[in-house]
Ligand binder design. Sequence first.
Ligand SMILES: *Cc1c(COP(=O)(O)O)cnc(C)c1O
Length: 332
Amino acid sequence: MHLARFPRRRYTPHPTPIEHLKHLSRELGGPEIWIKRDDLLGLAAGGNKTRKLEFLVADALAKSADTLVTVGAVQSNHCRLTLAAAVKEGLKCRLVLEQRVPGSYDPKASGNNFLFDLLGVDGITVVEGGSDLAAAMNAVADDVRAAGGTPYVIPGGGSNALGALGYVACAEEILAQTFDMGLALDQVVCASGSAGTHAGLLTGLVGASSGLPLTGINVRRTREEQEPNVHKLATETAALLGISAPAREDVVALGDWVGGGYSIPTPEMIEAVRMLASLEGVLLDPVYTGKAMAGLIGLIRRGHFKNGERVLFLHTGGAPALYAYQPVLQGA
Ligand SMILES: *Cc1c(COP(=O)(O)O)cnc(C)c1O
């Protein structure tokens, strides 16, 4: 894939590590489990949005923007990282926060919410769940223009075709790195939310003719809702690159580990977060990677993988949100 055609900022000076989780693999008695440490990406406290922002912020700078405007949930990692990129680039940043769980915004909350303040956010607008988020961001952008600024609006999760290029690049990184390590993977598993990560990774893996199957674990939507979302974005990403799109049947986004809804804790998430911390010293998060790892553990227990298979779990970050969920996780 000819990614060098697209302007890009660099926020991580090296590939993220791929590590063998040998205690967890032994505990579960299934496949060999490996982890791609995208929680160690650059910008404040890392995570998957850093890869998307490399392309999105480069585009904002090319368009002479001086203010990034984006949207996320009240504990949004994407908002934290967009704000951190803005700080690094000398830009302003205004956030729209959606209360997906009614009443969930607490200006005094810890976790990412605390970091919005610490990183010096230029403005927060809180809207109710299910609001027209594009309209809410456009209203903020109008405000920025009225004050003489030049806004650049980034969709939720940085998930458009340009942002998804970050995960096309990650697919190339994984293939090059595992070749170098002599590690022949059989499967890849990642969280599937606003879909840019899943769609970009799939576009990259299929575009490289890797033959590596990718399974997304949903954190918000049902399988029936999410798979068309991922396929649509993968198709747009492939079009931007000028390559052929992944087939609809290449998209697998399982909805069995969402539980009561986005960001609502489940017993399986709590088990996964505590297991990875105590067995491997790896911090997952309660909203995304805890549920995605619960999905991987669940698939292993269902006998989904053959013995001896090697599966790579993409750790997309999110640990700062742990501090907002301490009462749910501590001593559980
Ligand atoms: C946003 C996010 C995801 C989901 O990625 P999408 O590209 O939105 O599907 C997964 N993990 C973490 C920690 C995130 O912040």
